[in-house]
Ligand binder design. Sequence first.
Ligand SMILES: Nc1ncnc2c1ncn2[C@@H]1O[C@H](COP(=O)(O)OP(=O)(O)OP(=O)(O)O)[C@@H](O)[C@H]1O
Ligand SMILES: [Mg+2]
Length: 261
Amino acid sequence: MAKAKVIVFANQKGGVGKSTAVMNLAAVLRERGKTVLAIDLDPQHTLTDFWGVTEPQYTTYDLLMSDGEWRAYETDINGYTNGPIIPAGDQLAAAELELMAGSPSWGLALTTALEPIKPHYDYILIDSLPSLTVLAVNAIWAADGIIVPCQTEIAAFNGMQLLFTTMSRTIGKIRKRYQMLDQVIAIQPTRFDGRIAHHKNVLEGLRQLYGDKVSAPVKATIKYSDGSASHLPITIYAPEERAAWDDLADRLERWADNGEK
Ligand SMILES: Nc1ncnc2c1ncn2[C@@H]1O[C@H](COP(=O)(O)OP(=O)(O)OP(=O)(O)O)[C@@H](O)[C@H]1O
Ligand SMILES: [Mg+2]
């Protein structure tokens, strides 16, 4: 039976394209015949909105706080089926405090909750939130691999480096010699505009520092906002933009095939 690889999309900086990456990579992997579960671990529930799930009965709050049956949702909108997803709701913010108050092993709640789900999918893609919080630590802890979308601007670059050092320190207190960068499958440059010198400089800086971990840049275009507002991945909404997503999927599959768990 398949045992899902758990992939977390993380960057401490907001608005860099984490949720966009989960939606589009899930679509490409599903095209390739893979079974993919998306999980929205952000109380802003952007990914859930991209999917078009409204007022779900079961959310990631339930996933974290109860050990009962789990549920995933699919949506069928504009002729496209998005799914499955475990959506987020407003109450997810409360999970942070409840986890901290409820258990000394607060960092492991997601890892534990995913165990019964893993046999059902090839990949579980987790959309994390733009902060270093209890939920973010839970996500990184549960990850087999991490994908870091990074806008080609210096603030996103700095946010990413802060994420690496803070997570390495936090998780390193428990897992000896933990280095978050070792778990990074790809750093995906996002919202890249080749006409802007600053973007080119940051892309160059990323490549110098992280070499082969840097995947094909995602072009800055309004098609992403328009596509996700229509609940459609870029492969359907604007297939001419798909090369960056095929590259990211290739990298993920190579990593998975090498058994790097
Ligand atoms: N390549 C791109 N070009 C232009 N706009 C983009 C691109 N990628 C994403 N966007 C848009 O930028 C906004 C932020 O993207 P997204 O929600 O994916 O970022 P995020 O990192 O998940 O944000 P947050 O940190 O708030 O969770 C959205 O409106 C999205 O449609
Ligand atoms: Mg997001």
